[in-house]
Design a protein around this ligand. Structure first.
Ligand SMILES: [Zn+2]
Length: 254
C-alpha cells in the first residue's frame, strides 16, 4: 500500500485528476505524467523539424553547387532583370510564368533567341534559381559544350572517388526539373559530341521534362549544329521568345 503522506490526488488543468507522488530525494511532488509525455512529444517534433530543415538546406546547397550557376549568375533573379521597354517586359513575364507554371512532365520547352548581351543568360539563370529555391527541385544551366565536357570527364569512371560516372551525369541532367542549354550555336566538332548531348536530351524528352534553349541563332540554323534528333526533341512543344532589342554587354551575365 502507498503511504498516503507520499502520494495524493491532484488536478491537471489539461488532463484532470492524477496521482502525484512525493519524490523522496528532491522533496518535490511529481507532475502530471500526460503533461510530461506531451512535452517530450513536442521536443521530438521540434528536433525532427530541425533535422528536416537542415536536410532541406543541405539539399538546396548541393543543387546550387551542381547547377552550373557561377559569378553574377548566382544572383540573377526576375526582380533584377532590367526591363525598360514593352518587349523586354513581355519576355521577362513569359520566362517567369514558364518557370512558375511548367510541369515536370508537361513536355513543354522554351526557346529564347536574341543577340549577345540581351540578357538571355540572366533570364535562364533566374529560371534555374526559381526551380531550386521555390520549386524544391534540381535545375541546371550549361552550354552544350560544357555538358559534353562533363560527360567526357566521366568516361570510363564508375563513379568512384571524386569522379561522377557517365551514366550519373546523364541521369542528373536528364532528370533535373529544369535544364537550360546556354550558347547553343557554338558548334560541336564531332558527331560523337552530338550523340552525347542527345543522350541527355532524349532522357528529358522521354520524361517530359522542360528544357530551355538560349541562342543567338535562328532556330532553323541550330538544326545542323544540334543534330536532327536532338533538334526535333527540343523543338517539339516549344514556345519561342525573341529578344529583339540591342544587346549590351553589361547586362549579360556571362
Ligand atoms: Zn496534465
Amino acid at each position: 500500500m502507498d503511504n498516503p503522506s507520499e502520494n495524493r490526488l491532484q488536478i491537471c488543468e489539461i488532463h484532470g485528476e492524477f496521482r502525484s507522488r512525493l519524490h523522496a530525494k528532491s522533496g518535490k511532488w511529481t507532475r502530471c505524467w500526460a503533461c510530461i509525455e506531451a512535452e517530450l512529444l513536442a521536443l521530438d517534433a521540434q528536433a525532427q523539424q530541425d533535422d528536416a530543415r537542415r536536410h532541406r538546406q543541405a539539399v538546396t546547397e548541393r543543387r546550387m553547387a551542381e547547377s552550373g550557376l557561377e559569378g553574377r549568375m548566382l544572383r540573377a533573379g526576375f526582380d533584377t532583370f532590367v526591363a525598360q521597354i514593352d518587349s523586354q517586359r513581355a519576355v521577362l513575364e513569359a520566362c517567369q510564368a514558364f518557370a512558375e507554371s511548367v510541369g515536370l512532365e508537361d513536355s513543354r520547352n522554351l526557346w529564347i533567341i536574341g543577340q549577345p548581351g540581351t540578357g538571355k543568360t540572366h533570364l535562364g539563370s533566374a529560371m534555374v534559381r526559381h526551380f531550386i529555391h521555390e520549386r524544391d527541385t534540381a535545375a541546371a544551366i550549361f552550354s552544350a559544350r560544357e555538358i559534353v565536357r562533363m560527360l567526357r570527364a566521366s568516361w570510363g569512371s564508375r563513379g568512384e572517388g571524386a569522379e561522377e560516372a557517365e551514366g550519373d551525369v546523364i541521369e542528373r541532367l536528364g532528370r533535373a526539373g529544369l535544364l537550360v542549354l546556354d550558347e547553343v550555336g557554338v558548334g560541336f566538332s564531332t558527331d560523337a559530341e552530338r550523340v552525347q548531348l542527345f543522350d541527355v536530351i532524349d532522357l528529358r524528352y522521354k520524361l517530359g521534362r522542360p528544357t530551355v534553349v538560349l541562342s543567338n541563332l535562328k532556330a532553323s540554323d541550330m538544326k545542323p549544329i544540334l543534330g536532327d534528333r536532338t533538334y526535333d526533341r527540343l523543338r517539339e512543344g516549344a514556345k519561342q521568345l525573341v529578344c529583339n532589342w540591342p544587346g549590351s554587354r553589361a547586362e549579360e551575365c556571362s
